[in-house]
Design a protein around this ligand. Structure first.
Ligand SMILES: *Cc1c(COP(=O)(O)O)cnc(C)c1O
Length: 342
């Protein structure tokens, strides 16, 4: 590969993309093609009826337990899919990514699985458990800036200078196809889903459900953002890729303020609605999930649950799926949520 391969190309959104970033939206077929790889490397996750949410909504509510994956979050499905297909060139040079934690754990897991060195840039003051997990998986973790976007720009620049493979958090068809396999697993067990409530940060998870439960089962796919980090919500409803003014949410898994070209493409095509919930609703949902279902979930996951709870009787009689996208909640945030401080 020539040096030009590592130089950024013109980007459709506010992030940096490189020549190896294919911005052709992935299809349902791509998700099926990712499935054998995901099966080879990860366990199938349980789909468990929530008696609490089912009673609360007078519906059949199932939780897709992505928190049971080895990294405790759904993103690792994408990581192994991308890692398995990595060019030989990059196996030596290594991977670099910016992350608040779960994307980094996914890339670190892929690096360990396929024996590729990994560097992850995190914002200052990161979730300490997520950092320890990335380090245990063998990644080099560096605090690089006051916000995720500062860390992201640092990682993008290093990728250009050093020729690392920059693993974008959304503009990666392999990540979307990989995470989409969760939707195929749901379909195996539950062919008639009416609605899915999925938290949206960069939108890879929701895009995966669009391509599976949306496209195949005609389920209504509803994305949910934090009101304090609603750039994708605005981009979706207003039809643009303009970054927001920053982020103001303690649910770091969905604290992104840039709409990404590829996931927006899929969502604009197939997402039925995108809503926002407040941090108060998010942490109330985390607390209720802990108390009533005895599950520990991240704030990001709480967003999907909160939106379903708010829909209330609109969901009566329906079959609803909510992905438990992650369990890696920082102890202080969980304690505050349980005490009702948030
Ligand atoms: C990343 C993440 C999300 C949001 O997923 P996107 O694909 O970025 O929209 C939701 N929940 C958790 C736990 C996450 O780590």
């Amino acid at each position: 590969m020539t040096q030009a391969a590592y130089e950024p190309v013109e980007s459709p959104d506010a992030t940096t993309v490189f020549p190896y970033h294919d911005l052709t939206p992935p299809t349902t077929r791509d998700v099926y093609e990712a499935r054998p790889t995901v099966r080879d490397h990860l366990p199938k996750t349980p789909l468990v009826r929530s008696e609490y949410l089912s009673a609360e909504l007078d519906a059949d509510v199932y939780l897709k337990r992505e928190d049971t994956l080895p990294t405790g979050a759904f993103k690792v499905r994408g990581g192994v899919t991308l890692g398995a297909r990595l060019d030989e060139e990059f196996r030596e040079r290594g991977l670099i990514a910016a992350s608040t934690g779960n994307h980094g754990q996914s890339v670190a897991y892929a690096g360990r699985t396929f024996d590729v060195p990994v560097t992850i840039a995190v914002p200052d003051d990161p979730n300490p458990g997520k950092v320890r997990s990335m380090e245990r998986l063998g990644a080099t973790v560096l605090e690089r800036g006051a916000s995720y976007d500062v860390a992201r720009e640092w990682a993008e620049q290093r990728a250009a200078e050093e020729g690392y493979r920059y693993v974008h958090s959304a503009n990666e068809p392999d990540l979307i196809a990989g995470v989409g396999t969760a939707g195929l697993e749901v379909l195996d067990e539950l062919p008639d889903v009416d609605a899915v409530y999925c938290p949206v940060g960069g939108g890879s998870g929701a895009a995966g459900y669009c391509l599976t439960l949306g496209a195949i089962a005609d389920a209504r796919i509803v994305g949910v953002q934090a009101a304090g980090a609603d750039a994708v919500y605005r981009g979706f409803h207003e039809g643009h890729l303009e970054p927001g003014d920053g982020t103001d949410t303690t649910a770091e898994g969905i604290a992104s303020h840039v709409p990404f070209a590829l996931t927006m493409d899929v969502m604009c095509d197939r997402l039925d609605d995108l809503e926002t919930v407040t941090d108060e609703e998010i942490w109330d949902a985390v607390r209720a999930t802990f108390r009533e279902d005895n599950l520990t979930v991240e704030g990001a996951t709480g967003a999907g649950i909160a939106a379903a709870l708010r829909a209330g009787e609109d969901l009566a009689g329906q079959t609803v799926v909510i992905p438990v996208t992650g369990r890696n909640v920082a102890a202080d945030k969980l304690v505050a949520a349980l005490e009702g401080d948030r």
